[in-house]
Ligand binder design. Structure first.
Ligand SMILES: Nc1ncnc2c1ncn2[C@@H]1O[C@H](COP(=O)(O)OP(=O)(O)OP(=O)(O)O)[C@@H](O)[C@H]1O
Ligand SMILES: Cc1ncc(COP(=O)(O)O)c(N)n1
Length: 270
């Protein structure tokens, strides 16, 4: 029997509901894919910042993977907040051990409010153990700079960094340009496994409601890959999804508010 498309998010919980695992699940649901999850860490968080954070015991993380593997047919997965080196290594081990379909790796390091979501000494483990498993690696600009030990300012820098990340073992690369907030466009650079490339460019929206934009983008991509949408089309849908989510704001919280996960369906009727 053909099972309904199922996806997996491996991430931290955001009590504020706008980023992390909650943004992932809301987005995956909007794309009509069944969302499962492995909770790596719990954060006490709102739109003003992260007030506390606790990584879960490794045994409980292993058990969550085992529980899913015995019952579900997961067709695509993504990672978000992974906390520290031993949690990165444990997640990598479970990604190698089971088949969860293509991996979208969002190398979450620092929250928009400045809180550290990945320990500094975990970067090497992430680079060596997780990057080679990634079907799509989707860093933002500061993450790209850390992973490649370079500064990104020009379009040539984006391209150079994407090639460098590909040489580290990730197949397809999307470098998100959301942090270049002096530009009038929100431009992301895509380098495909076969060497083709493209820019994803939309008008930049003047707003501070951008909590969880990266999670939402990569969760949409994961959902589309779970449905079997070809990669290029999946990326284009995801860019339109995040654009609609930012362009149609909802008023929630008093800081960096969440995006609107309903908006894409309302705008595109899909
Ligand atoms: N103000 C904006 N207007 C339009 N698009 C934006 C804006 N800010 C970010 N984006 C887009 O949102 C997506 C996510 O990019 P961003 O660089 O914000 O990721 P991120 O830093 O990983 O996000 P987060 O850490 O909040 O989850 C990209 O496609 C980016 O171009
Ligand atoms: C649990 C968790 N995962 C990811 C983010 C990144 O999102 P942002 O950079 O918008 O704060 C977050 N704040 N919390």
């Amino acid at each position: 029997m053909n099972e309904f498309p199922q996806a997996l998010t491996i991430a931290g919980s955001d009590s504020g509901g706008g980023a992390g695992m909650q943004a992932d699940i809301k987005t995956i649901q909007e794309r009509h894919v069944f969302a499962t999850n492995v909770v790596v860490a719990i954060t006490a968080q709102n739109t003003l910042g992260v007030q506390a954070s606790l990584p879960l015991p490794l045994s409980l993380i292993n058990q969550q993977f085992a529980s899913l593997a015995t019952d579900f047919k997961i067709r695509a997965c993504k990672t978000g907040m992974l906390a520290d080196a031993e949690h990165v290594a444990t997640v990598a081990e479970n990604l190698r051990h089971y088949d969860w379909g293509p991996l979208t790796l969002d190398p979450v390091m620092i929250a928009k409010g400045g809180a550290q979501l990945l320990a500094d000494d975990a970067i090497d483990t992430l680079r060596t153990e997780l990057l080679p498993l990634a079907t799509v690696l989707i860093p933002n600009l500061p993450e790209t700079e850390v992973l490649t030990s370079s500064r990104i300012k020009t379009t040539a820098d984006f391209k150079q960094a994407a090639h460098q990340l590909q040489q580290m073992g990730a197949k397809n690369i999307i470098i998100k340009g959301g942090h270049l907030d002096y530009q009038s466009q929100a431009a992301d650079y895509v380098l495909y496994a076969d060497g083709q490339d493209e820019w994803l460019t939309t008008p930049r929206i003047a707003t501070k409601r951008t909590h969880g934009t990266g999670d939402t983008f990569s969760a949409c991509l994961t959902a589309e890959l779970a449905k079997g949408t070809p990669l290029k089309a999946a990326i284009h849908i995801s860019k339109a999804f995040i654009q609609a989510a930012i362009a149609n704001p909802i008023t929630v919280g008093h800081g960096h508010g969440p995006t609107n996960h309903w908006a894409y369906q309302e705008v595109h009727h899909d």
